[in-house]
Structures are given as C-alpha cells and as structure tokens.
Design a binder for this molecule. Structure first.
Ligand SMILES: Nc1ncnc2c1ncn2[C@@H]1O[C@H](COP(=O)(O)OP(=O)(O)O)[C@@H](O)[C@H]1O
Ligand SMILES: [Mg+2]
Length: 241
C-alpha cells in the first residue's frame, strides 16, 4: 500500500528554486489500477520517482507497506527497489544488442537465483507480458516498438514486484500498439493482482485505469473512480506489432 501525505518537491539550481510538487496526498491500496494524469511539466515523473523510492521528497511523508521510506537504510531501499517495484518507461530502456532473454533476466543477475531458475522466471514474465515465444532469442533491436515495450514489461515483472509504475508507457507507440500494452496492464492487474500506477498526459490512456488522480502544477485537482473505463478489445496472441 502506498500512502503519501503532503509530499512536496523543490528543485534548486543555483539561485533558482522550482516548486514542482506542492503538497500531494493520496493512498493507493494493493491491487488497485490507478492512473496519474496531468499535462507535461505537472510533476508526474517527479512524483513517480518518489513513489518508486528513486528520489526523496523535500517534505511530507511516504509510507510504503506501512514503512516510512525516508527511514529505510540503503540496503532496505535497494531491497524495496529490487523486489517490490517494477518500472516501465516511455523509451523502453533495453540493452539494444542483447537478446530478449538477457534483457529480462538482467534484474536477477545480482540475486541468488540460480541460472536455470532465472530463465524460468524470465519465460513466465515474457508470457505474462504477451511476447510470443518466437521472439525470445531475438536481439532487442530487432523488435518493433510494441514488442520492445513488452520486453520492458517482462523485465519489470521478473522479480514479481507488487507494484508496477509505468511512466508514459505508450508514449512512443502508435495507438493500436499502445492499446495492446494497456491491455497487458489490465490483465496483470486483473489476473495477477499487481498494483498498477499508470502515468500519462493523455485522458484517453488514463481512462484504461479504475481510478484517475489528476494533477496540475504540482497539486491534485481531482481524484476519483473512473466511470468511463476503457477495456481494450484487442487480442494479442498472434500480434506482430
Ligand atoms: N532535476 C530537475 N531539476 C530542476 N527541475 C526539474 C528537474 N526535474 C524536473 N524538473 C522540472 O519539474 C517540472 C516537472 O517535471 P516532471 O516531473 O518531469 O513533469 P511531467 O513528468 O509531468 O512532465 C518541470 O518543470 C521540470 O522542468
Ligand atoms: Mg514525465
């Protein structure tokens, strides 16, 4: 469970101070599918970095599963990032000249998981992310954008994290391919009970979630159930996108 209270973030560059987050409070329960929506520059990525324990707030408190993240030791933080949280980014961030398998097993390299088990977990993650088996040994730069994003989702899933943060995951994809990726998040939420936090500047994308937190200029202007939930009707079993 994510609980943040009055989170602020101020960036200082020399003399200039920019207040990016101005007091953000909300709770996200386990198993929710939430979109954080707002225009470019509204502070979405800044907020995601804080929620993902990659950055700390200037003030306010952030509790993750009942633990104050600001009080965690470096080891505990590393453990949270490794085991509790998966990230998916707009630009996929894959190793382009490594195979799909290598990209997906990478997060397990520094764990004590034996090699065979790593491959098994990677295969499960790739299956959940909807990438067909024929691509698993391709180099990631031989894939389409939609396939790359599915590899990135598999990489985020391989540690079986409870929460997936996706920052503009459809930003580099055409709308049909974006829809397939959104369908994947829907399935992960529905069938595997992952908490999904989907970050987007597009209402159309946000409407795939069950709840929309709307932020503008570093403040929440609306936080409510999404009554216009969109469900992708696409089936991606044999998609080549
Ligand atoms: N490291 C930084 N230093 C200074 N300003 C930053 C930094 N990161 C982001 N900002 C500023 O914070 C604002 C919000 O950025 P961001 O969180 O990336 O917004 P969004 O993801 O909603 O587009 C922007 O005006 C951006 O220029
Ligand atoms: Mg952003």
């Amino acid at each position: 469970m994510i609980e943040c209270k009055n989170i602020t973030k101020t960036y200082k560059n020399g003399e200039t101070e920019t207040d990016v987050l101005k007091g953000i409070s909300f709770t996200i329960n386990d198993g929710e599918y939430v979109a954080i929506m707002g225009p470019s520059g509204s502070g979405k990525s800044t907020l995601m970095h804080i929620l993902g324990a990659l950055d700390s707030p200037t003030s306010g408190t952030y509790f993750l599963d009942g633990r104050d993240v600001s009080k965690l030791s470096d080891d505990e933080l590393a453990d949270v990032r490794k085991n509790k949280i998966g990230f998916v980014f707009q630009s996929f961030n894959l190793l382009s000249r490594a195979t799909v398998m290598r990209n997906v097993t990478l997060p397990l390299l520094y764990s004590e998981v034996p090699k065979q088990k790593r491959e098994m977990l990677a295969k499960d993650a790739l299956t959940s992310a909807g990438l067909e088996e024929g691509r698993w040994n391709h180099l990631s730069n031989q894939l389409s954008g939609g396939q790359m994003q599915r590899v990135a989702i598999a990489r985020a899933l391989v540690n079986n994290p409870s929460i997936i943060f996706a920052d503009e995951p459809t930003g580099n994809l055409d709308s049909k391919t974006g829809e397939i990726v959104l369908d994947t998040f829907q399935k992960l939420n529905e069938h595997h009970a992952h908490t999904i936090v989907l970050i987007t500047h597009e209402r159309y994308v946000a409407e795939h979630a069950d709840r929309i937190i709307h932020i503008q200029d570093g403040l929440i202007i609306e936080d409510k159930e999404n009554s216009a939930k969109r469900v992708a009707t696409l089936h991606h079993t044999h998609e080549t996108t």
